[in-house]
Design a protein around this ligand. Structure first.
Ligand SMILES: C[S@@+](CC[C@H](N)C(=O)[O-])C[C@H]1O[C@@H](n2cnc3c(N)ncnc32)[C@H](O)[C@@H]1O
Length: 204
């Protein structure tokens, strides 16, 4: 697999285990309400009733639309946050910077969501390749971000890029992970800029 990042790109200021950093729950939102409302609208436009959703790098909120989904599997690093998330049917904890292999079946999901978190991935090509493996043909991954971050835990490649360059970086992650078409959405619904990159899994 193509590696998009060099070892320098992957560097974080805080090199302690991510599991320690996320040990205590944070019952906050990581973007303003205008951003999260825009994200829910985007999810709504991409999801169909009955879809199977994987919310990667989740917390106590998933920003999913009301539409009746078949199932929502969550993942994150803090159990109290995931336990409090009433949209998740099940969840698991896994440090993606230690282990990038998802304990999920291939072709098992229609949509993968990854909100406000992609900047923390040190091995994104492998994680995106796993997103592609678990998605059914033609399934979509929706990666969203703003300009906020935990700076000590965001990778150097993210910290040193502009917002548009970050979108291009996420596009490169999709390409390295074997995705086909990608689409970019940028908006300024409130004070936090809204960026999303959507990747489509190849057709059957
Ligand atoms: C800013 S929060 C965003 C959470 C959620 N998606 C949201 O929008 O509220 C970043 C999340 O990334 C996840 N995360 C950070 N580093 C991680 C890692 N090394 N492995 C897996 N997940 C990680 C944690 O679950 C953390 O809750």
């Amino acid at each position: 697999m193509t590696s998009v990042l060099s070892d320098i790109d992957r560097q974080t200021i805080d090199t302690t285990d991510d599991t320690q950093f996320y040990e205590s729950p944070r019952f906050v939102t990581h973007a303003d309400e205008a951003f999260t409302t825009r994200l829910t609208a985007l999810y709504d436009s991409e999801m169909k009733p009955g879809d199977r959703v994987f919310d990667a790098m989740s917390s106590w909120v998933s920003f999913l639309p009301e539409s009746p989904l078949a199932s929502v599997v969550g993942h994150g690093l803090n159990e109290d946050e995931l336990e409090a998330n009433d949209r998740l049917d099940t969840y698991f904890l896994q440090d993606f910077n230690s282990d990038q292999t998802l304990p999920l079946e291939e072709n098992a999901f229609d949509v993968v969501c990854c909100a406000l978190s992609v900047q923390y991935l040190q091995y994104p090509s492998d994680v995106f390749s796993e997103f592609g493996r678990i998605l059914a043909p033609d399934g979509v991954a929706i990666v969203s971000f703003t300009n906020r971050m935990f700076p000590t835990k965001a990778i150097r490649a993210w910290r040193t890029r502009s917002m548009d360059e970050r979108a291009a970086l996420v596009d490169a992650y999709y390409k390295a992970g074997g995705f086909g078409e990608t689409a970019f959405i940028t908006a300024k619904p409130g004070s936090d800029p809204f960026y999303a990159v959507i990747g489509r899994a190849p057709p059957a």
